[in-house]
Write a protein that binds this ligand. Structure first.
Ligand SMILES: *Cc1c(COP(=O)(O)O)cnc(C)c1O
Length: 374
């Protein structure tokens, strides 16, 4: 192993040219307006509404505060149906609001909540569904919505992975009562830290905007126990620059996705998941499943990759439902979550980010194909 070989990680944030940021920093310094709905905040909000094709969007300091605020805005109580196959913030947001998560198994094809299993898990205490567009692959929107309508449940989509995903004749963000995005450094679109909530109408956006600003409606009136979820001017300015190149970045991700699919297509025991059903996927992740007929276990392949300076990640392992604060919930029992449990034990997310070169993708493919020959 050569010591000068670059370490590949699962994701690497993309950044705009430094010089472009300098000019925007100058503007922030000159105006002295650092946060609280400043000019860059307003510009980014408008630009994102336009780019995502939505009318009402509120910027946040991060996605997790966005999820908690969404639950507060909709006044969710009792039990919330959710997926164990996600990043832990999804379920933690429920605990912060003292809600009871009820884990439901995923559909192994989409890796998202299985609508039939949602139906079977509804109890008189169920008030909402918190679904995740895992890896940016859309949930079964119509099936989830018909269950929700039938039982009078609210739907919150954790769309942290779904920035830029487009459907053929529909908009992903027009679904559910609220959608929450994350602009964390590891996501397809980033503002270092950041996030957003998409609201269906102006009244809901107003409520969300109040809640992210301590519950203030004007200088002297506070109507709810809001939080500080505001995005600052630095992050908003950075976001405007990131947005300029976002389509090219997603296009580059699509090329890497295609390159992996070509290179790994015939490797026995490796299942290439997807592809996404979206008309324009965002290729935020490249998850593969290491099946029982691959010569190495998932963990052995994961280690083999690391030994070759490829730091892939086992997203999402361990399942959220196995963590100490959740594992004693009846719905957390592995027998209730067979598909999620199996997939968590087989999944590896390979490096995918715009700066990854074709040679580097070949290097990852070579490690896996050589392991397959063992
Ligand atoms: C990243 C992520 C979050 C949290 O977003 P932050 O901006 O890091 O707080 C929530 N849910 C999912 C599925 C995520 O991947």
């Amino acid at each position: 192993m050569s010591s000068d070989r670059k370490i590949l990680t699962v994701t690497r944030p993309s950044l705009p040219p430094f010089e472009d940021m300098v000019g925007l920093l100058r503007e922030i310094w000159d105006s002295g307006w650092l946060t609280n709905g400043g000019p860059f905040h307003e510009r980014l909000e408008a630009a994102l509404a336009d780019y995502l094709g939505v009318k009402h969007i509120s910027l946040f300091s991060n996605g997790t505060i966005g999820l908690i605020t969404a639950l507060q805005a909709l006044e969710i109580e009792g039990e919330v149906i959710t997926t164990p196959f996600s990043f832990v913030a999804t379920t933690h947001s429920l605990l912060w609001k003292r809600l009871t998560p009820r884990f439901v198994d995923i559909d192994p094809r989409t890796m998202n909540l299985d609508p039939e299993r949602i139906r079977a898990a509804i109890t008189p205490s169920t008030t909402a569904i918190m679904a995740v567009h895992c890896y940016g692959r859309p949930c079964d929107l119509s099936a989830i919505e018909s269950v929700a309508r039938e039982y009078g449940l609210k739907v919150i989509y954790d769309a942290a992975h779904a920035f830029g995903v487009r459907l053929a004749d529909d908009n992903l963000f027009d679904h559910g009562d609220l959608s929450v995005l994350s602009f964390h450094a590891t996501k397809v679109f980033n503002t270092f830290e950041g996030g957003a909530i998409v609201s269906p109408d102006a009244d809901m956006k107003r409520r969300v905007d109040q809640l992210k600003n301590f519950g203030f409606v004007d200088d002297v009136t506070v109507v709810a126990a809001g939080i500080n979820g505001k995005m600052n001017e630095f992050s908003a300015a950075l976001g405007l620059l990131q947005l300029r190149d976002i389509d090219a970045m997603i296009e580059r991700r699509a090329e890497i996705d295609a390159h992996y699919r070509e290179g790994l297509r015939d490797v026995a025991g490796i299942e290439l998941t997807g592809p996404s059903q979206a008309a324009r996927p965002n290729h935020s992740y490249f998850p593969i499943l290491v099946g029982p007929d691959f010569p190495l276990s998932r963990d052995a392949l994961y280690k083999r990759l690391r030994d070759n300076d490829v730091f892939a990640r086992r997203y999402f392992y361990p399942l959220i439902s196995t963590f100490g604060m959740y594992k004693d919930l009846p719905s957390a029992a592995p027998a209730n979550l067979p598909e999620a449990t199996r997939i968590a034990s087989q999944v590896i997310c390979l490096p995918i980010y715009p700066m990854l070169t074709a040679d580097e993708v070949d290097r990852v493919i070579a490690v896996i194909t050589e392991a397959a020959r063992a």
